[in-house]
Write a protein that binds this ligand. Sequence first.
Ligand SMILES: Cc1cc2nc3c(=O)[nH]c(=O)nc-3n(C[C@H](O)[C@H](O)[C@H](O)COP(=O)(O)OP(=O)(O)OC[C@H]3O[C@@H](n4cnc5c(N)ncnc54)[C@H](O)[C@@H]3O)c2cc1C
Length: 423
Amino acid sequence: MLIDTALQTQLDAQRDDRLRVLIVGAGVAGLTLAALLRRGGLHPAVIERMPSMAHPGYMLALMPIVDVVFDDLGIHEQYVAHSSPLSRYAFRSHTGKTLRSDDLGDLMSMHGDYQGIERGELIDLLTADGMPVSFGTTVSSVAFDDTTSHVSFTGTDAAASVDLVVAADGIHSRTRDLLPVGDVAELDTGWGGWVSWCDPIGDPALGEEMWGDGSFLGVYPVKDRLGVFLGGPVDDTRSGQAAFADRVRSAAPHLDDRMHAALNSVTADDDPYFWPLTDVRAERWVARTGTGASAVLLGDAAAGFLPTAGIGAAMAMESAWMLGRMLTPLTERDDRLSSLPTVLAAWERIEKPRVESAQQNSRMLAKLMFRRGSVTAWLREAITRMLTVRAALGPIIGLVADQPDPDAVFRRAFTESATTPQR
Ligand SMILES: Cc1cc2nc3c(=O)[nH]c(=O)nc-3n(C[C@H](O)[C@H](O)[C@H](O)COP(=O)(O)OP(=O)(O)OC[C@H]3O[C@@H](n4cnc5c(N)ncnc54)[C@H](O)[C@@H]3O)c2cc1C
């Protein structure tokens, strides 16, 4: 549960913490980090731009790399109870025919759970012990001196002096613009689409996608509901979701009741969330402040994802988990804080290539999925008949199978900083 709290109250609570952390953005990454740090005895201050958490939410498929987060927070059973297993994936042709179906259970179960969950449910789980958040608050400036970051805000007169600023404010991060993190490269696919919800129908463990000729329709189970995504080239979507859904219906005569129900849900939604399919990649995750003061980008603010591989939230959670696990031992003794810059650099060295490799996998799939033209569609279908999910997600499966050990990374970084003091 998120507890709306005045920022000054949060800052007062962290006054005696060995590591004072400000987390900007109460999303998946920010709240994962906040929950882990709170479990480690800290009181990170969390701010959120939205006036409340009234967002209708969307569906998230979470790969097994997130299991460690729930294990560490002691809420794995609750996670499984509030989500739905994703055991099968079906691929449909541009006319709506099912071309192949893959067993995801077999592929993932050796690594852990592969579950579908509503974003709101995930946030409830991460904050089940109560999480103070200052809503309606954003960062307006950050200045760095010796070892401290001084932050001012919009939405409150409070000012913060902290050891670490974490910008976890999503793909369109404004806090990122205030930090020296180098170039921020954006990729725009020119596609976008609507996100909606549908009542459950058919196999509750089956995710399905139709890669159309100038359209995309995906259906993803969460507990007791189906998440729906309907998209296409942004220019074509301007006619509105009803007209676009009609076009998809007439181009895909082989769609079944489940996919029709999904299309109908988007049409019936008065105000579905429209999601432009863009991504972003920051040159650096750890800001070069020119002093010993520290600020980092986390989650989509560091590397925002296209939805094609369903991995953005999972990578954001892994990065937050690695960071949380590497920060906690720093707080065990006063003299350890001097190692903060080295530990952050080690975190970036491990996590950034992993996240960017998953992002690259998502980009590669986008090139295959977001296409127009019936000849292209036929060709793609000929390829896809042979392309297993295992092959399509190869690099990501590799990341899942080879998750880093934050304790080992911390020990190496700490030993390194003990020989070369940073601050
Ligand atoms: C429709 C949809 C479906 C997706 N499906 C999947 C999937 O199946 N699997 C998967 O792994 N990933 C999926 N993703 C991607 C996933 O949602 C993101 O990668 C993940 O949420 C990133 O977490 P984050 O905390 O970095 O950002 P977010 O969860 O976006 O959180 C950012 C938070 O910061 C707040 N904020 C923004 N600006 C400011 C500011 N200036 N100051 C303060 N707060 C601010 C926002 O309101 C938000 O609460 C999907 C995304 C979408 C949109």
